[in-house]
Design a protein. Structure first.
Length: 170
């Protein structure tokens, strides 16, 4: 008799996670024409902010919370109101309730969370009437520890104890 090879599925969970990450990042690939349109729209939105966006920007701009935020940032196929890129955090205004805008906002939020971006969404009324509470919620989320997602199947980070050696030019 011949020896039978032992089949193994290996690490099925890891391959499944890689496939899901690839599917999530595929949604971020947009045509150059669409990217140009989004960039122009974001520029116009920066020039004409809503009252709630102005109030919130006055409290989180210029590293007032210890982290840098950008206004009206194109992320994939969406334009987010405020983005803290170093903490993978997005703050959105509006899109709450039962209006059709809420369904679009929920889809946008899901696409962002699928790739590892944390999303906070606040009603414009809440921002205008209770700005301190909104800012405290943002600060609390900024201070939470989080794991940076691996995008595009990039290599995992080296453990902290492991040293990296670099060749010198000389």
């Amino acid at each position: 008799m011949t020896d039978r090879k032992k089949l193994s599925l290996g690490n099925v969970a890891a391959r499944s996670e890689e496939r899901e990450a690839a599917d999530a990042t595929k949604a971020w690939n947009i045509s150059p024409a669409r990217a140009g349109q989004l960039k122009e729209r974001a520029r116009d939105m920066r020039r004409h902010p809503s009252e709630a966006e102005q109030a919130l920007w006055a409290r989180i701009g210029d590293k007032q919370l210890g982290y840098s935020f950008n206004r009206q940032v194109v992320m994939g196929s969406a334009i987010v109101d405020f983005a803290c890129k170093t903490r993978w955090l997005v703050v959105e205004t509006g899109g709450t309730g039962d209006d059709p805008e809420a369904a679009i906002a929920a889809l946008s939020d899901r696409k962002l969370t699928d790739v590892g971006v944390r999303v906070l969404r606040f009603a414009e009324e809440a921002i205008l009437t209770d700005t301190d509470t909104v800012v405290e919620a943002i600060k609390a989320e900024l201070d939470k520890p989080f794991e940076r997602p691996r995008i595009g199947g990039s290599a995992p980070r080296k453990p902290e104890g492991e040293k990296r050696f670099h060749r010198s030019k000389y």
